[in-house]
Design a protein around this ligand. Structure first.
Ligand SMILES: Cc1cc2nc3c(=O)[nH]c(=O)nc-3n(C[C@H](O)[C@H](O)[C@H](O)COP(=O)(O)O)c2cc1C
Length: 336
């Protein structure tokens, strides 16, 4: 990489598989979270590229109705601020080819990302996710199948290794770049056994940046603006990917892009939470939205300094009106 850290800006556009990504701040795939409205929220706050939660290639191939309706749902406004991607996981190249074709035909997304880092045993025992770090031939076949099936650029997100002392993911990355025609790679430089703990090894990302001809995105440990900038500089990556740091903090995208500074005001946080509640109802209807939102509330309550009573009450709400009443009753928001 010829650019130096001082010349580089997160605001710069970059090319990914023939697409132009308007800046270097990306929303990570987040299982159970990264649906259309979470991606749309990230885009509203400046993300240049968003990747969906991981979606089973088998479920898409077998036309599972809820998968197609909910997980493959893409809002037209998502694509206004830069490309958007659906992430698929699986281990069977024919199934992947078929699923990738369906994604391309039905969603209008710009690229497909493949999951080769998920450490969850249920996924790995089928040979998918992080199991592919020990199966480079299969990893290449899957990426080729997704590219051929969809006709779209394909990226892969992977980890350093299955276990802490290995580097098998680095070899898979090399193979994917050389033999699968991937448009880019995201490296989360932790092993699968580390899950989401431990300090990510950004020097390994830098090694790939210097060695491979495709753009490398860095993931892992980007919980706030300072750590995100540190990862950007230490890794030399083409872009940074926000994951847990963006939960309940979409303002982090704008902060990193130099478009705002300082903490969001209370009113902004409440307005954002209101927007999220409305979108969840639009997505899932009542009462599923009310239950689904229970995982979202703590992220926003942390910022609002809410107490244990409100937290407990929100975890028990059966309707979004009930949740809004708890927020209003605690003086956190006005009743809807
Ligand atoms: C709740 C949760 C869900 C995740 N789901 C996915 C996923 O579907 N696909 C994927 O490739 N990575 C997934 N990841 C990994 C993240 O994309 C990211 O690589 C990881 O959280 C490290 O970044 P962080 O330390 O900044 O959070 C998930 C992580 C979390 C915490």
């Amino acid at each position: 990489m010829s650019e130096t850290a001082t010349e580089r800006s997160l605001r710069d556009s970059w090319r990914l598989g023939g697409l132009t990504v308007p800046n270097r701040v990306v929303l990570a795939p987040l299982a159970g979270i990264g649906n259309w409205f979470v991606r749309l929220q990230a885009k509203r706050h400046g993300a240049g590229l968003c990747v969906s939660e991981m979606v089973s290639s088998f479920a898409v191939h077998h036309r599972n109705e809820r998968t197609l309706r909910e997980l493959l749902r893409v809002h037209p406004d998502e694509r206004a601020g830069g490309p958007t991607a659906i992430q698929l996981f699986g281990h069977d190249p024919d199934v992947m080819r078929s699923a990738a074709a369906t994604v391309a035909q039905t969603t209008g997304v710009d690229l497909i990302d493949l999951n080769m880092g998920c450490p969850v045993p249920k996924v790995c025992k089928t040979g998918a996710g992080a199991a592919l770090l020990r199966d480079p031939g299969r990893a290449v076949e899957l990426a080729v199948a997704a590219r051929e099936g969809s006709g779209l650029p394909v990226t892969v997100k992977l980890r350093t290794s299955r276990t802490h002392d290995d580097r098998d993911g680095i070899e898979v990355a090399r193979r994917l770049a050389a033999d699968a025609g991937v448009a880019g790679l995201t490296l989360h430089p932790r092993s699968a056994t580390q899950r989401h703990k431990g300090f990510p090894d950004y020097a390994l990302v830098r090694q790939l940046v210097e060695e491979l001809p495709v753009p490398i995105v860095v993931s892992g440990g980007l919980q706030d603006a300072a750590s995100a900038r540190e990862a950007w500089e230490a890794s030399g990556a083409a872009a940074i990917m926000l994951a847990r740091g963006s939960l309940g903090n979409p303002w982090l995208f704008a902060e990193l892009l130099g478009e705002r500074s300082g903490e969001p005001a209370r009113a902004e946080i409440l307005a954002e939470l209101d927007w999220v509640i409305d979108r969840a109802v639009e997505h899932l209807g009542e009462p599923r939205a009310a239950r689904y939102l229970r995982k979202f509330y703590p992220w926003y309550l942390d910022r609002l300094g809410a107490g244990a009573a409100e937290r407990d009450a929100l975890q028990r709400t059966e309707t979004t009106a009930g949740a809004r009443a708890v927020l209003a009753g605690a003086g956190l928001a006005s009743a809807a």
